[in-house]
Write a protein that binds this ligand. Structure first.
Ligand code: FUL
Length: 478
């Protein structure tokens, strides 16, 4: 016995918790929400009537004869998205003007009325085939707001929208995400629609139960609260979902999520690679640079959210070379930057305590995001120390929580130390799926992470140290 006690003391494990499991903390993500979170980065394609009229919001009065891409090639979109490291593409099957990119039976305003392919074309079908060929997932954006449909503003429209959902959900193979836009204005008869959200949600749950549904309040994933490409430093996946609705005017109060929120509805950052969502030739030289995309990545994926990057497809029906060059430059920066500098056998870890063998120190460096280290219950100042064999130039530290156990950590402190004992201090709030905390580039030899506050026994699944660089091979965070 004495030997066992000594053994546990020596290994830092808590003797009294052998074999015990730590209870998950509600609300928890569902299996499909966890799968979605692991996608991290995928694309939005805004391509529709507005591409041809050069506006952001059409009025619904546009003639279908205007829709006529000269060289539409969804394989080009998918090839570029795949090479850029995206995991899927979400297409604007219908935007606010009501024009449908597929021949719907529930509206008159579709590609079937256009000169493109003599009215025999179907962009959703072409993209679904291209995504399948390139191993990408397909998502659907279907604007509830419809400025064309004569039934808009009446009860009948809810059924029409649900029928259009059904068409999209059953005809094109697996759908990974269904995107409800929060914009809701007046229809052609001046009326606003009262949406039947339970009906819309039930359609997806019935025909594509593995798809996540996006809106300001989920039900599965939610808007981050801005369209500029960043999440906030405090980001809770839980939210009081039932207090809000798509287009909720005081959404600002909910943008950080809620520490004690009732449901798990993680945020998604949607942002366009250009100033507009749709293609405008005048924006050809305003494509975001690889460096600014890298900053967006750190402020989205690195702040507990997924990144949905919009690429406006041009009038030909192709991704413009400026956009694809920037996407590739961004992919290259990720490849050169997301290299874990702790990933060496000679990196040494120390912890203030460990709950038991299942939550041991080795879980911090096993690169598995679902296993985790946990301190013992009596440890009131849980702490991790990392000692590198050699000091490394770095500017970002990644921390991860195993989200299947709920989001727990409320605040943490980081102490970075150079070879000569110089110290720098950082402070972070939430962690969640991934939290990248950045700092001016330094040569780091020792790292100390102190978990200060948590909703329940804290868990840390992974740690990584990065040097995130710009296109000129300089630190991206000065
Ligand atoms: C907004 C829309 O109004 C924009 O046109 C765009 O589709 C964006 C993704 O969502 O709410």
């Amino acid at each position: 016995m004495r030997f066992l006690v000594l053994l546990f003391l020596f290994s830092g494990l808590s003797f009294f918790s052998v074999g015990q499991k730590i209870a998950p903390l509600a609300p928890l993500p569902s299996a499909k929400q966890i799968q979605w979170q692991n996608l991290e980065y995928y694309g939005f394609i805004h391509f529709n009537m507005n591409t041809f009229t050069d506006v952001e919001w059409g009025e619904g009065k546009e003639s279908p004869s205007l829709f006529n891409p000269s060289a539409l090639d969804c394989r080009q979109w998918a090839r570029i998205a795949k090479a850029a490291g995206m995991k899927g593409l979400i297409l604007t099957a219908k935007h606010h003007d009501g024009f449908a990119l597929y021949p719907s039976k529930f509206t008159e305003h579709t590609v079937a009325k256009s000169p493109w392919k003599n009215g025999k074309g179907d962009v959703v079908k072409e993209l679904s085939e291209a995504c399948k060929e390139f191993g990408l997932k397909l998502g659907i954006y279907l604007s509830p707001w419809d400025r064309f449909h004569p039934a808009y503003g009446t009860d009948a429209y809810n059924k029409i929208y649900a029928e259009m959902q059904k068409e999209l959900l059953i005809q094109y193979g697996p759908i990974f995400e269904f995107w409800y836009d929060g914009a809701n204005g007046e229809g052609p008869n001046g009326k606003k629609q009262v949406y039947d959200w339970p009906l819309f949600h039930s359609m997806v749950n019935k025909y594509q139960p593995h798809a996540v549904q996006f809106s300001d309040n989920g039900p599965d994933i939610r808007w981050v609260g801005n369209e500029r490409g960043y999440n906030y430093e405090t980001s809770w996946s839980p939210i009081n979902k039932d207090e809000i609705y798509p287009g909720y005017p005081k959404f600002d109060l909910y943008k950080y999520g809620q520490e004690n929120g009732s449901h798990w509805v993680a945020p998604e950052v949607d942002v366009s690679i250009r100033p507009g969502w749709y293609y405008h030739a005048k924006e050809d030289n305003r494509v975001k640079s690889p460096d600014s995309l890298m900053k967006i990545y750190v402020a989205s994926v690195g702040r507990n959210s997924n990144l949905l990057l919009n690429i406006p497809v041009d009038k030909r029906g192709l991704i413009h070379p400026n956009d694809s060059a920037s996407m590739m430059g961004f992919a290259d920066l990720r490849k050169k930057s997301i290299i874990n500098l702790l990933n060496s056998k000679s990196t040494k870890y120390e912890v203030s305590s460990s709950f038991n063998a299942q939550y041991a120190i080795s879980q911090l460096s096993d690169l598995n995001a679902s296993s985790a280290w946990a301190p013992s219950k009596s440890d009131l100042k849980p702490e991790i120390q990392i000692h590198l064999a050699e000091a490394k130039l770095a500017n970002s530290l990644l921390l991860q929580e195993p989200i299947a156990m709920g989001q727990r950590i409320k605040s943490f402190k980081v102490e970075l130390e150079s070879e000569t004992g110089e110290k720098w201090f950082l402070h972070g709030k939430t962690i969640g799926h991934k939290r990248m905390i950045t700092f001016p580039e330094r040569k780091v030899k020792h790292i100390r992470i102190i978990l200060e506050d948590y909703r329940a026994q804290p868990l840390v699944s992974n740690l990584a140290l990065y040097r995130i660089i710009s296109a000129r091979n300089e630190s991206l965070f000065h």
